[in-house]
Write a protein that binds this ligand. Structure first.
Ligand SMILES: [Zn+2]
Length: 110
């Protein structure tokens, strides 16, 4: 049984209006995804593990990951990424632990 590990969650997706699919030359068919990675402990998200991107063409189903993504799609990815914040629940485990520590510290004085 794995108590800790990594999980991913799609943070945002958008069909780019500017990108033309390099494979099938279709306009407005490329959907860009911003995917957040988080590390979890006993299924509770603990730490953000960064973000990565993927794109898929709805016409020819061509998938690109950030590594092999053509520049035009990469540009759309970075533009979309600018608008995405790491969700607070990625750190929920850390927040709980910090709160517990604070409660313990304060309980000494009261
Ligand atoms: Zn395509």
């Amino acid at each position: 049984m794995f108590l800790a590990g990594k999980k991913t969650s799609i943070l945002k997706s958008e069909t780019s209006k500017e990108v033309i699919c390099p494979k099938c030359n279709t306009e407005k068919s490329t959907k860009v995804f911003i995917i957040g990675v988080y590390k979890h402990l006993i299924q509770i998200p603990f730490l953000s593990g960064g973000k990565y991107g993927e794109s898929i063409c709805s016409n020819c189903n061509q998938v690109y990951t950030l590594k092999n993504m053509p520049d035009s799609i990469k540009l759309a990815y970075y533009e979309l990424k600018e608008t995405v914040k790491t969700p607070i629940w990625f750190y929920i485990g850390l927040i709980i632990v910090k709160t517990l520590v604070l409660v313990k510290i304060f309980s000494k004085y009261f």
